[in-house]
Design a protein around this ligand. Sequence first.
Ligand code: RIB
Ligand code: CA
Length: 299
Amino acid sequence: MRIILDTDPGLDDAMTFVLASVLTDIVGITTVAGNVSLENATKNALALVSSLDMDCPVVSGAHINLSGDSPNAAHIHGVDGLGGIRLPAHKRLASGSDVTEFLLRSSREVNHLWIVSIGPLTNIALAIERDKDFANRIAGISMMGGSSTHGNVTSVAEFNVWADPEAADIVLNSGATIKMSGLNLTHQLKSSDSWLRGLPDTKKSNMFRNFARALHDTLETLTGQREAALHDPCALLALTHPSLFTFQSRRVDVELSGKHTRGMTIVESRPSRAQDTGNVLVGYELETNAVLQLIGSSL
Ligand code: RIB
Ligand code: CA
């Protein structure tokens, strides 16, 4: 499975790096501002590929969203983006910053390329805007984003879509094959301290465990619970292990102007309309125990 990981690391992004380094052939990493600034996202991505001995390029992408803003989620991931975790020093450098050219060139050169999008969709939207055929050349986009139920950054909007709704709107209407792992799905996959203790004692497993525990620490202060929904890993595993997930084709639209609803993904689920031609494969179910087992056995 050949992928480009488009990411805003971020602690659950970091866990996805670990899994992707084992489960996929990574053509490249493209960074985007989201959880943290583009500078910190790229710095984290370089440290992660170095720590994981990945030999793929890291290309720095959009530092602001299509509206010119730069929202963040530092309250969850820390200003540094990795919850204060310091990875070993390294000499890796970003491979340029023309992320659109990298995405378009890769889509021409790599057969059956999937984009695993685990941050705001700005980079992907810019590639689609530059070349409409991009959406048809790639195999598809497996995105963590949106929700068929509640939000997280607002009561109805999920962070990745909320952080750049215009980009999400462009991507969801691009004609690309899209697998959407939204909060309604990702909240079915939660890490706990007891599960983390059961993970193997390997370098990659210990990295995964440290990122998860840092997330547990933050979420304990915010919610009182030492558990974390494994949002970004869902988008990867839904691609590498589809038999453990259930997706349905649905019409999905992005709210761009609502005072209270901007960034909401509206999933058409009225029984009479559910058979309408969908633009998105929406994730509804996953086999929690099997996916947790899979993560453990992969590390
Ligand atoms: O809503 C969860 C998403 O927002 C995840 O990708 C997390 O890393 C943050 O970017
Ligand atoms: Ca992310």
